[in-house]
Design a protein around this ligand. Structure first.
Ligand SMILES: *[C@@H]1O[C@H](CO)[C@@H](O)[C@H](O)[C@H]1NC(C)=O
Ligand SMILES: *[C@@H]1O[C@H](CO)[C@@H](O)[C@H](O)[C@H]1NC(C)=O
Length: 331
């Protein structure tokens, strides 16, 4: 009897220290992969505890995913050391989802008699640039605006040119735009700036940095122009699908609460707050496990999600407000 008890204790101990070792390795890899540097030991300890807490959430969710009870998988990413309210305030919140109607030239309504394909992916047609990373700055609105403009410029000229988010970040704060740099902005206002300014610089001439600076727009380095701004009929997913199929990648705003630990698959949840992030819809399709989805380009680097992309449920009552504030420019 005694021998059995000892044996059991031993087995338990071995298991505990093993999973602790595994956890230590994961923590160290996380810090290396995402270049995490903490100010001091107490900050480091706090972040480690939050990482551990989030790892439990991720692991439990993934057990349900493996059992077929979830439509998307979670994983470690650059936000695994953040509490959910920190993720919402520090990472999201860069979007002002108010639409200034005076900036809109046209409303796109579905014609209904257009036959659209069952799946679309503008990456395959060469209309989408590489996945970028907004860094520590609430500049999602600039990335979404640039993304839809890059697509329209490509469709018109055949040239896929990376355009400058930094140009938008630096130059849309004052009158008459009133964006707030890294603390928030509107997608339509960014496009409206390009229209009024008669152009936006290329990313090569005006590279990104996750900090607002003085406006350094240079008319010699223009990569694209905007002639007018089109808004998709709000909250109408069939209008959005038709626009994505026939026009190109479309900038949208979403509530990104469920994106904190996203790794892959189709997010099929409900959103109850408000739009707090801007992204680019580059296509749509159907997944046997996750159902109908929108294919979404994010601006959190290509280690995030599915090589920088997220798939979000489509035809599920405008899930997370994805069709509420959708726009693209005419070039
Ligand atoms: C450690 O760093 C955190 C975050 O920068 C700071 O808030 C805190 O005051 C620091 N603590 C000490 C003891 O320096
Ligand atoms: C959002 O945009 C609206 C319309 O331009 C503006 O009135 C409001 O102050 C902005 N909100 C923030 C938080 O910047």
């Amino acid at each position: 009897m005694r021998a059995v008890v000892t044996f059991l204790t031993l087995v338990c101990c071995v298991q505990v220290s093993l999973s602790e070792d595994v956890f230590e390795v994961e923590w160290i890899n996380f810090k290396v992969d995402y270049e995490k540097i903490y100010q001091n030991d107490s900050e480091q300890l706090l972040r480690k505890q939050i990482f551990m807490h989030n790892k439990e959430i991720i692991d439990r969710h993934n057990e349900r995913y493996a059992a077929g009870e979830e439509t998307f998988e979670m994983g470690v990413n650059q936000f695994t050391d953040l509490l959910s309210h920190e993720y919402e305030t520090l990472i999201l919140g860069g979007l002002n989802a108010t639409v200034d109607e005076t900036e809109i030239d046209f409303i796109y309504s579905p014609t209904g008699n257009v036959e659209i394909p069952s799946a679309v992916d503008w990456r395959e047609k060469g209309a989408v640039t590489r996945v970028k990373d907004q860094g520590h700055c609430g500049s999602c609105w600039a990335f979404a605006a640039v993304g839809t403009l890059e697509g329209q410029h490509y469709r018109k000229t055949g040239d896929l040119v990376e355009l400058s988010e930094k140009n938008l970040l630096d130059c849309t704060s004052g009158e008459p735009y009133y964006n707030h740099g890294c603390f928030g902005g509107r997608i339509t206002t960014a496009l409206y700036y390009v229209k009024r300014n008669h152009g936006i610089d290329t990313a090569r001439s005006y590279p990104y940095k996750d900090k607002k600076g003085h406006c350094r727009f240079d008319g010699r380095n223009i990569g694209a122009t905007v002639s007018s701004i089109v808004r998709i009929r709000p909250r109408c997913e069939s209008a959005l699908a038709e626009a994505v199929a026939t026009k190109g990648p479309i900038a949208v705003s979403i509530e990104a609460t469920h994106l904190h630990h996203y790794r892959g698959g189709v997010i099929r949840e409900s959103c109850h707050k408000r739009s707090n992030h801007a992204v680019l819809v580059v296509g749509y399709g159907h997944d046997t496990h996750g159902g109908d989805y929108w294919l979404v380009k994010n601006s959190w680097g290509n280690l995030y999600g599915e090589n920088g992309y997220v798939r979000m449920a489509r035809n599920q009552n405008n899930m997370c407000f994805i069709a509420s504030n959708a726009v693209y420019p005419l070039v």
